[in-house]
Design a protein around this ligand. Sequence first.
Ligand SMILES: Cc1ncc(COP(=O)(O)O)c(C=O)c1O
Length: 390
Amino acid sequence: MAMITTPGVRELSRRANLMPRSAIREIMTLAAGRGDVIHLEVGEPDFGTPDHIIERTCTEIRGGATRYTGNAGRETLRATIAAHVSRRVGIEISSDRVIVTVGAIGALFTALMAVLDSGDEVLLPDPGWPNYESITVLAGGCPLRYRLSASNDFLPDPDDIAKRIGPKTKAILVNSPGNPTGGVFPLDVVRAIGAIAERTGVYVISDEIYENIVFDGARHFSFLAHTPEDRVFFISGASKSYAMTGWRLGWLVCPTDTVAVATKLQEPIVSCAPAPSQAAAEAALVGPQDLVESSRRVFERRRDIFLELLGPTGLIAGHPRGAFYGLVKIPNWYPSALAFARSLVIEHGVAVVPGDTFGPSTERMLRVAFTVEDGQLREGLRRLAEAIGG
Ligand SMILES: Cc1ncc(COP(=O)(O)O)c(C=O)c1O
C-alpha cells in the first residue's frame, strides 16, 4: 500500500497510512448501489435482531440506560456474560475477568494493545480475518503468519506454530470456527496450542465469535477451557449469534492479572461500550435462545447448498464445518482474485471477497458468505459457477 502524502504538508502517520485496507470493504463499495448484485461478500446474519431484545432495550433506554457505564461495562452484564461463558465452556469464570467491548473487534483491539510493545510479534493465521493484521500493525506489533492449509481442512499444525515462536513472540491468535475457512478446531488441536502457551509463556488470543455456528454435529472447543488461566484472552460477542452486528457489542475474558490494564485501555479508546447496546446484550443473553439454534440450522442448510452447487466444479477448498463462509479456488486463467472478484460484480452480478485479503495462502481463492436467503444464495452461486465455467 503506497503512502498518501500532500506536498508541503507534514506526513500522516506511517502506521495508519500503511495499514492495509480490507478488500471486503472494497468489494462492498463496488457492489453498493448496483441493484442486480447478489451480496455474498458481507459477513453478517441476514436476520433482524429479535423483537424481545429490541423491546427490552427500548424500555431500558427510557429508564435511563443512556449514560456512561464503568470502563469494563455495567456490572449486571459482566455477571451475565460470566455466567453465560461459564455454562458454555464448562469452567467457572468470575465476572471480574469480563470486559464489555465495542464489538468483538473492540475485544481484539484491547487484547492486542494490552500485550504488544513496538516490534513484538504476533502469530496470525494464514488465511485469517484481515482485521487481525490491521490491529497488530496499529498496536505497533509485527504480524507473522502460521499456515492453515486447505489440504488439512484449514486446521493449524501445532508443531509448526511452536517452531515459529521466538523471543519477541507475545501471542498466538486463533480463530475457531474460522473466518474465512469454516474450520473448527478439534479438541487435540486446542489442547496442543494451549500446551504451547503453557510451555513458552506466550498468550493465546482466541477469537470465538462464531462459537455457536458449527455443523455436522461437531462441537466447539473453547481455548478458555484448555489454556492456563493466566495466558488466555477469550473473545466473543452478540453480533453473529444474536443477529446484532450493528449494536457493536462484544466481550473479552482476560487473565486475572491483565484485567486492570485491559480495563484502563477502554478509557482512551471508547470509555465504555454504548449503554443501550449493553442493555441489548443482557436482554439477548437472559432471554429466549431459540434464534441461536435456528440460525445455526439455517447456516448449515446454506453450507449444504454451497457444497451441492459448487462441489461439482471441483474448486471448493476445504469443507466448512462452522461460521458461514466457504472458499473457492479461482480458475488458472484469471490473473488475480481481486480482478476476478471485480469482474464478478460488474459482469455477473455477484459480490464475493478476493482471498488475498485473508493472507498469501488464499490469494487465488474467493470467500463466499452464506448470508442471504436460500433462493438468492442459489442464484448467486449459479452466477459464480457460470463465471468459473463450471
Ligand atoms: C473472525 C471475526 N472476528 C470478529 C469479528 C467482528 O465481530 P464484531 O462485529 O462483534 O466486532 C468478525 C466480523 O466479521 C469476524 O469475522
